[in-house]
Design a protein. Structure first.
Length: 152
C-alpha cells in the first residue's frame, strides 16, 4: 500500500511541476520532505490533544458547559494563526470560570489543531468572552467546534 501511495505522490509531483528540479532536488527527496512535514503536523495535533486532556483532568468539580458556549466564525489573524471568538454564558448563581476545548478541523472533519481556552471569573447570569488561537498556521477551509467545556 505504501509503495502505491509513494508512486501516486511522485506522479502528482511530476505532473504539477513541483519536483523542485531547479535547485537540484529530485522527486524522491521532495516526497520525503512532504511526508516528513505531514508527520510533524500529525505529531503537533497529537501533542495538542494530549495537553488539552491534561488541562481538563486538572479541573476539579467541573460541570459540563458545552451548551453554554458559542463560537464566532474562524478568521486568519495577521500572523497566519486561525482565531475564533468564544462567548460563554454563566447560568450559575455565582461567578464561575470556564475551560473550553476548541477543535480546528478542515471541511472534511479532519482534526488540524486543538486549543484549550480559559474564560475566568464570569459573573452570575453574565457572559464572558475570549479568543481561541491555533498553535500553528492553518490553511484551507478551517472550521471550529466546541469539543468540550467545563464550568468550575
Amino acid at each position: 500500500m505504501t509503495r502505491w501511495t509513494t508512486a501516486a505522490l511522485l506522479t502528482a509531483l511530476a505532473l504539477t511541476g513541483l519536483t523542485a528540479c531547479s535547485d537540484g532536488e529530485n522527486p524522491s527527496s521532495v516526497a520525503s520532505k512532504v511526508a516528513s512535514a505531514a508527520s510533524r503536523a500529525g505529531d503537533a495535533v497529537a501533542s495538542a490533544t494530549a495537553e488539552a486532556g491534561r488541562r481538563f483532568d486538572d479541573i476539579r468539580n467541573g460541570v459540563d458547559a458545552k451548551d453554554a458556549v458559542r463560537l464566532g466564525p474562524p478568521a486568519t489573524a495577521s500572523d497566519g494563526r486561525t482565531t475564533v471568538a468564544v462567548t460563554v454564558t454563566n447560568s450559575a448563581g455565582s461567578a464561575k470560570s470556564f475551560a473550553v476545548e476548541v477543535d480546528f478541523t478542515d471541511r472534511t472533519g479532519k482534526l488540524l489543531d486543538v486549543v484549550v481556552l480559559t474564560v475566568p471569573d464570569v459573573p452570575a447570569g453574565g457572559t464572558g468572552k475570549g479568543t481561541a488561537r491555533s498553535t500553528h498556521d492553518l490553511s484551507g477551509d478551517v472550521r471550529a467546534k466546541v469539543s468540550r467545556a467545563l464550568r468550575y
